[in-house]
Design a protein around this ligand. Structure first.
Ligand SMILES: C[S@@+](CC[C@H](N)C(=O)[O-])C[C@H]1O[C@@H](n2cnc3c(N)ncnc32)[C@H](O)[C@@H]1O
Length: 213
């Protein structure tokens, strides 16, 4: 899940500096049960992207126990009057419960809440536009997730997706179902004329797509 050289990753972690106690706890939990959180380097990128476009409304597809949501919500808290909402989605009830507890303890519970269990169903149920849609759920659903996200992001907003290099498997000519779905996602994303996109090769690859105004 990591395309970065470990020495570079360690260097970046050192340069980026330390993190809050709750974030650290969430990272330790991920390590303990090998849960695929975005990690601190991508987390920092999410935080920065939210601040760059003054994001006040983020929809997350695949929130786990709230680690990536923590970064979005803390960006919102740090800007202006500190308002905003992160609408999280997560299939696992125990992850949802754990996420609520972590975010409440971090003083971010008023900014980040679970909006449903299935991401693709929940985005259809919630009305309005989003500043950012973040895709990090079932990899085989990435192409449909992209379709849904594209229509819901405001002009000047972002689609952000994790794992788009998929441990480097995207270079395989014929991969498994998840690999092929991610390759399709990347092809579709770069063919969308209303979005300007890049893949940032941090950790497992993060796609950042800006919707023209
Ligand atoms: C990579 S983890 C998310 C990690 C999280 N974004 C973070 O960095 O803290 C993917 C999560 O998506 C959930 N998931 C998979 N498919 C889903 C779906 N269709 N709707 C909602 N959650 C889904 C899984 O249960 C898993 O917890």
């Amino acid at each position: 899940m990591n395309t970065l050289d470990i020495k570079i990753e360690n260097y970046l972690n050192q340069v980026y500096g330390d993190r809050s106690g709750v974030l650290r706890e969430m990272e330790k939990e991920a390590e303990k049960r090998e849960f695929p959180i975005v990690g601190p380097l991508v987390g920092r990128l999410l935080y920065q992207l939210a601040k760059m476009i003054n994001a006040r409304r983020v929809f997350e597809m695949g929130s786990g126990y709230g680690y990536s949501a923590y970064w979005w919500a803390s960006a919102m808290k740090s800007m202006g009057n500190g308002s905003g909402e992160v609408l999280m989605t997560e299939r696992s009830e125990s992850n949802r419960k754990e996420g609520e507890a972590y975010l409440n303890r971090a003083g971010l519970g008023h900014l980040a809440q679970y909006a449903g269990d299935d991401a693709l169903a929940a985005i259809d149920k919630v009305s309005g536009e989003f500043d950012i849609v973040f895709i990090d759920a079932d990899k085989q659903q990435y192409p449909i997730a992209l379709q849904k996200a594209a229509g819901r992001v405001r002009p000047g907003g972002l689609i952000v997706a994790d794992n788009v290099l998929w441990s480097g498997k995207v270079v395989e000519e014929k991969g498994d179902a998840s690999t092929e779905a991610i390759k399709e996602f990347n092809r579709n994303l770069f063919s969308m004329k209303e979005f300007t996109s890049s893949i940032v090769p941090v950790r497992d690859g993060v796609a950042v797509a800006f919707k023209s105004m």
